[in-house]
Structure formats: structure tokens, C-alpha cells
Design a protein. Sequence first.
Length: 400
Amino acid sequence: MKSVQGSFFTGSVTVVVKGEQPELFFQLCMDDLGIVVWDIEKQTDNLCKGNMRLRDIKKLRALRRGTSYKISFEDKKGYPFIWRRWLKGKHIVLATFLSCILIYALSNIIWSIQINGVSSDIEKKIMQTLEEQNIKKGSWMFSIESSSDIQHTITQEIPELLWVGVEKKGTSFLLEGVEKKQVDPIEQHEPRNLIASKHGVITYMHVSKGQPVVGVNDTVKKGDPLVLGTVERADEADEEHTVVAAEGEVIAETWYEVDVSIPLRQQTEKVTGNHTRKWSLDLSFAEIPIWGWKQSDYHDEFIEEDVQPLYFLQWKTPFSIKKKTTHEQKFEQREVSKEEAIDIGIKQVEKDLKLKLGPDIVIKDDNVLHETVENGKVKVQMLIIVEEDIVEPEPLLEGD
């Protein structure tokens, strides 16, 4: 008879019965007590073996008391016996478990920080910036910010850096930096003139090469020449000219007519500063909460997630520590006056112009030409006066 299904989980033993006609004892077990016995084997006239479940041993012993048979047990099999053997060596199991936890913990601590590609002065500044962010030897990997956030902070704090790369590799923190080099490259241009890129009134000029043909307070139109690339030779008797690549800066007042529409009902978004944090162990297929059980009850909120992978020695595991921060935010609706709406529109137009023309422009003045209120909005036509560089290179062709 084959092994009974499920006997591994419940446990089974081989029972040895000694006595006259020992097979009759197994028959009594099955007939009187309903005990399942399998693989019965009579080895001698007075000895017989058979297998039964561990849970039936108490019934077996009760039955034997009323007989002359002697029983013994051997070949204990199944999960209950394996568990008991483990418990006997529990100090080894505990030591193994604690060792794994210790190795796992040590694998997620920063043991070295390497900075390459920068001078010693910049390296000291980088180390100081990292320490301010609690990034140093002995720090937990999952307690620090993401690589992109660290990179952004370092480049903001150290203007001498052109670029810095941040990489977490096992228990090491690797940074590769590139410093800004103060080099004035000498650009070689083809011979050219400088012309006006738009209409305007010149307020400032500085010409380093070429022959200026306009001056301060002159009004120019788009395409008018400002600086010529042909320069007369003062030391020559004839009227020969030399050609150069005209260079210079010409600042002029320019004008922009802009139409803008501003709603009288404004919505503002504000972060209150209230927040909750939760940490969890991400197993790829499930998340196990570690800390932070309070559910946020914010009406409006936004969530930031920071995921820190876990390492075992130098190997990256599929597990990670996830920090989830929930911020409370509020949206407020408020009515604004016509004057406030116009101010909002002017600021928005100035911001858009700087994005379009560049941050070096100077807003000199703004004038509201026309305004109307329609359908809950203020429609404004305005004139913005700007100071900007209007130089545009124009190649100097042969024969000019």
C-alpha cells in the first residue's frame, strides 16, 4: 500500500509489533479504532511492521494495554519531526537568522564615498554638502534622498561644478564631477555686418570690431545696418578696405503690443506644511507596512514617493524600502478687483516676455492701452517697453 496522502504534513511513524501473530494487532487497529495502516510487512513469525499517522499513536497505545503485544517505533517521518529536530538546534537557527539580518543590515550602510574628477578644494565642498544631507559613512542607504535630488542640491550649492553624477553601487557612494573651466574661447567668424533684428531706439552701443554707422538715440528699423564689417585703412593712400567679422553690442528700446485676458475669480494653490509619512517594505509583488499607520484625512493632497533599493553584500535585491510622504494642499477661490486683475496680467506678460526673449532683457515700462470687462474676465491691451540687444549677424558677401 502506498503512503497515505497528506501524511508528510501530519507526520507518520513505522510501528514494530512483537508477539504471537502480530499481524492481528494491526487488524484490531483498523477494525476496532479505524486507524489507517499501510505498508504492513511480516518479517518473522513474531514480528510485524506497518506505517500509521502520528496522531493515531495515542489510540494505538490505549489498545495495546489490553493485549500481550509489545510495540516500538522507528522511521519517524514528516513535518512535525523535522520541526522538532530544528527546535533542538534552535541556538544554531537563531544564530543563522541573526547573522543574515546583520549581513543584510551591513549591506545597506554606506561604507565608502568616492569623488572623482574634481580638485581637492571642490572635493571638500562636496563632502561638506553631503554631510549636511546626512550622507556619510555609516548612514543608512534608505534614509537618504534619491540620486537626482542629491545631484541637484550639489550643483546648486557649488557653482564651480558644471555637472556631477551620483551613483549608489552596493555599499559605496560614487560621485563623478566636472568643473567649470574659465576659458575665453576665441571664435573665428567669417566677415560680416551687424544689422538690427527689430525696430527700436538705440540706448547703448559697444563696438569691438567693425565700423559703426548708427549712434545712441538713433531710431532703426528691422534690417538697418548697425556695424559694418568693412573698415577703411588709415595708412593706405588709396581707398582700399579691409573686411572683418563685426562684433559688438547694441541695446535698444523696443515695443510689444500684447493682449491678455485675466479672470476675476482666481484660484490659488497652497501647501499647508502638514504631512504624514509611511515606510514600507516593497517585495515587488506586495508591500509590507513598516512604520506610519495613520491614514491622512486631507481633503486635497499630493504624494511624493522615494524608493531605496536594498542590497545583500554587493548584489542588488528585488526588495526596496519605500517612503511615501503625503502633503496637504488647499485650493482657494477669491474674487479680485479689476485693478488687481490688470496687475496679475502685467506680471504674467513680463514673465512670458523674459521666457521668450531671454533673462537679460530689461522691462522699462508697461502701459495699458485699452481694458474691458466681459463674462467675468478683464481683457487688456497693453504696450510693453523693453531694453534688449537687437544685434543680428549678416554675412558679408563678396563685392559688398
